[in-house]
Write a protein that binds this ligand. Structure first.
Ligand code: PLP
Length: 386
C-alpha cells in the first residue's frame, strides 16, 4: 500500500491523468467541502474539475464568470490575499539624497521604492477581464471584523452580485466571522440573491478540524444557496509545488452538472490543456483510503494545534516583556497568519536590525514561528514597538 503512495504513478501511464483518476480526486475533494454525507453530493449536484491549485481554481472560475456573466464584477474583502512575489523594497536613501541635492529639490529623503507588488485576488479577476470591487472586512482599530460595514456593503451591492469569501483562516488577517455572523451573511446573501464564491486555501488551519473549517459553506448550503468553491491542497497536504486543487460549482440540479463541468473543461483546455498528474494521485490515494485519510486528518490537527500554541507563546512572551501594547489579537486571530498591526516602518526595522521578515502589511506567517525562535521574535517585536 505504501509503495503506491511513494510512487502513485506505478502502473499508470505518466502521459496524462486518466479521467477516472481525476474524477475520483474530484469526488473525494468535494466531500471535504460540502460534507461526506451531504445531500447535494449524494444528489450529484456538484460540478467539479481538477484545477491548478487554489490560484488555478480561482482563475478558472473568473474565466467562467466572464464567459457567462459578462457584465458582472467580483466583490473582494478588504484586505484580501496578496502575494508579494517580487516585492523589491530597495533602500535608495543615499542615492536619492544625492540626486535630490543635485537637483536642489526640497525632499528630505525617500526611504524605499516598491518596484512591484501583486495583489493576487485582484489580479486574478483583472486578468480575466472581470472588474473587481471591495467590501469592508477588517477593522484596524479592533483588529477584528468590521461586521456592520460588511453587511452594509452586502446590502448595497446590486442584486445578484458575485462575492469572494474566505470560509476559514482569512488571509491576511486571520479574522473569521463567528458562526452567528456567517448565518447573518448567508441570510443577507439570500435576500440579495448574491453568489458566494468560497476560496478555501486553508481548510483545517483555523480549528484543526476539516468539518468545522467548512462550517461557513455548510451554513450557506442549509440556506439553499448555489455556491462555488476553490480548494487548494498546497498547504493542508504540503503539496505546494504539485499544484493540486479543485474547482466546484453547486448546480440547481444534476442535469446542469454535465453542462457546467464541460464548460469548465473547455475553458481549461484553452488555457493549459490538462493539469499535472502526480500530486492529484497522491491526494486521491490518501482521501480514498480510510486509514491514510485518518492519518492525514490527525496531522492537520497536530499542525493547527502547534500554530495555536505558538500564538499563545508569542502573546505571553510579549506580555511578560511588559509591552505597553495589547497583543490579544494574536490569539483571537486564527490560521496561518497573524495580522500583527506592525507598521511598515516597524516591519522594515525588524528586517534591518533583527533579520525577521514578514510582508509589509505586518502579516506574520505563524507557520514559521517555532519554540526555537519565538522568544527572539517577541524580543525583537517588543524592541521595535515600545
Ligand atoms: N487563496 C488564498 C486565500 C491564499 O492565501 C492562497 C495562497 O496563498 C491561494 C488562494 C492560492 O493557493 P495555491 O497556492 O493553492 O495556488
Amino acid at each position: 500500500m505504501y509503495s503506491s503512495l511513494i510512487d502513485p504513478l506505478r502502473g499508470i501511464g505518466r502521459e496524462s491523468v486518466s479521467a477516472a483518476v481525476s474524477s475520483k480526486f474530484v469526488e473525494e475533494s468535494v466531500k471535504l467541502v460540502y460534507g461526506s454525507d451531504s445531500v447535494v453530493v449524494k444528489d450529484g449536484r456538484v460540478a467539479g474539475v481538477q484545477a491548478l491549485s487554489g490560484t488555478g481554481a480561482c482563475r478558472l472560475f473568473a474565466e467562467f464568470q466572464r464567459h457567462f456573466h459578462p457584465d458582472s464584477c467580483i466583490y473582494l474583502p478588504d484586505p484580501t490575499w496578496s502575494k508579494y512575489d517580487l516585492l523589491l523594497i530597495i533602500s535608495l536613501q543615499f542615492l536619492l539624497k544625492f540626486i535630490v541635492q543635485c537637483l536642489n529639490l526640497f525632499f528630505n529623503y525617500i526611504d524605499e521604492i516598491q518596484l512591484y507588488s501583486s495583489r493576487s485576488h485582484h489580479n486574478i479577476w483583472k486578468d480575466a477581464q472581470v472588474p473587481d470591487r471591495t467590501f469592508h472586512y477588517y477593522d484596524p482599530d479592533s483588529k477584528g471584523l468590521n461586521f456592520s460595514a460588511l453587511i452594509d456593503d452586502v446590502k448595497n451591492a446590486p442584486d445578484g452580485s458575485f462575492f469572494l469569501l474566505h470560509p476559514c483562516a482569512h488571509n491576511p488577517t486571520g479574522v473569521d466571522p463567528t458562526e452567528e455572523q456567517w448565518r447573518e451573511i448567508s441570510y443577507q446573501f439570500k435576500v440579495k440573491n448574491h453568489f458566494p464564491f468560497f476560496d478555501m486555501a486553508y481548510q483545517g488551519f483555523a480549528s484543526g478540524d476539516l468539518d468545522k473549517d467548512a462550517r461557513a459553506i455548510r451554513i450557506f448550503l442549509k440556506d439553499d444557496h448555489l455556491v462555488g468553491c476553490a480548494q487548494s491542497f498546497a498547504k493542508n497536504m504540503g503539496l505546494y509545488g504539485h499544484r493540486v486543487g479543485c474547482l466546484s460549482i453547486l448546480c440547481a440540479d444534476s442535469n446542469q452538472v454535465g453542462s457546467i463541468r464541460s464548460q469548465l473543461q473547455r475553458i481549461a483546455r484553452a488555457m493549459y490543456s490538462s493539469p499535472p498528474v502526480h500530486g492529484v494521485l497522491l491526494v486521491s490515494t490518501i482521501l480514498s483510503d480510510p486509514y491514510l485519510k485518518s492519518l492525514w486528518i490527525e496531522e492537520v490537527k497536530t499542525m493547527a494545534n502547534r500554530i495555536r500554541g505558538m500564538r499563545t507563546t508569542l502573546q505571553d512572551s510579549l506580555e511578560r516583556l511588559d509591552s505597553p501594547l495589547n497583543w490579544e489579537h494574536i490569539t483571537n486571530q486564527v490560521g496561518m497568519f497573524c495580522f500583527s498591526g506592525l507598521t511598515p516602518d516597524q516591519v522594515d526595522r525588524l528586517a534591518r536590525e533583527f533579520h525577521i521578515y514578514m510582508t509589509h502589511d505586518g502579516r506574520i506567517s505563524m507557520a514559521g514561528v517555532t519554540t526555537g525562535n519565538v522568544s527572539y521574535l517577541a524580543n525583537a517585536i517588543h524592541e521595535t514597538t515600545r
